[in-house]
Design a protein around this ligand. Sequence first.
Ligand code: TXA
Ligand code: MG
Length: 350
Amino acid sequence: MDTKYCEVDKNNISADIMAAAGEIIRKGGLVAFPTETVYGLGGDALNAESSKKIYAAKGRPSDNPLIVHISNMDDLYRIAEYVPPAAEMLAREYWPGPLTMIFPKKDIVPYETTGGLGTVAVRFPSHPVAQAFIEQSGGFVAAPSANLSGRPSPTTAEHVREDLSGRIDMIIDSGQCNIGLESTIVDFTQDTPMMLRPGFVSEEMLRQILGKVDKDPAVFGETITDALPKAPGMKYRHYAPKGKLSIVSGQAEAVAEFIAERIRNKKDGVKIGVITCSDKKEMYKGADFIGDIGDRNDEYTIASRLYDLLRACDEYGVDEIYSEEFDTPQLGLAIMNRLIKAAGHTVIKV
Ligand code: TXA
Ligand code: MG
């Protein structure tokens, strides 16, 4: 398949390109599009065949449900059977934005879209190109992140091209995604709302609106349990680079010294990559790849660069990757959740 590639300026959105993209979706095709979190791979959420195509293009297991993207609040009530007042309060504060909420689904949403579940995940993104695209597409766009299953989520159109070129109809390029980590997911189908995936909207921000919030113990527990996460996607190894990634945890100086020592003593033929804040990168001369994730106090930049650096480790073909820990106030939980999964839970304490 020939994948059409279109650049769209988010401050001056081409109506022609949006109309063409919308037509592809309405005819059952697939279009990758930008959002404020990561690029999404869109198909018509109300068309079972489109959802099947999404799974096939990504190589994604079909029991892993898709998020339905909408472009206005009214459309929520066309696909959700029941929306509790607490969810409406949260929507008033954080929609449009990097927040996904789960509700019992209405019949018009096919089980192919929800991975066989009776619930539907819904998000109203804030990115202007995403909104225009959803509107032109009929209003309901099912979209997982636009990466091949198992690879880091795409934060640029170039990442999408690497993974999905030739497998989908169109890629809309609007530059780099602002946030760079997937949306926060909150499940409203239980008595107390439950956070299933951390993101830009932090636990503290949720508590301020909702009061009590539970966290899925299978995702947030201190120890790894055998319990299955409630968001099926969270059980898969994810975001993973090809090299062996280890997180080095401890006081910043000790961490830097440990990684520097690994570089000094590396075996012939072994390539080492490091993911580090700017202030420590001088310590790692001699590494085959030094991924500068930005200023230690700038958590927005750290979040937005993480996936690009994980992909860069693959490009440099490094065998071992050492990452510092990024335990920042608002986004730390989300950043470390992705990093720990990418590392397959390998944490070296120093
Ligand atoms: O920021 C985002 O959310 C991006 C952009 C494109 O919007 N999308 C995204 O989709 O991250 P995806 O498919 O990569 O992740 C969706 C997650 C998966 O872990 C999935 O299992 C969970 O949401 N999920 C979807 N529907 C669900 C449901 N009904 N119940 C529980 N978990 C659900
Ligand atoms: Mg994903």
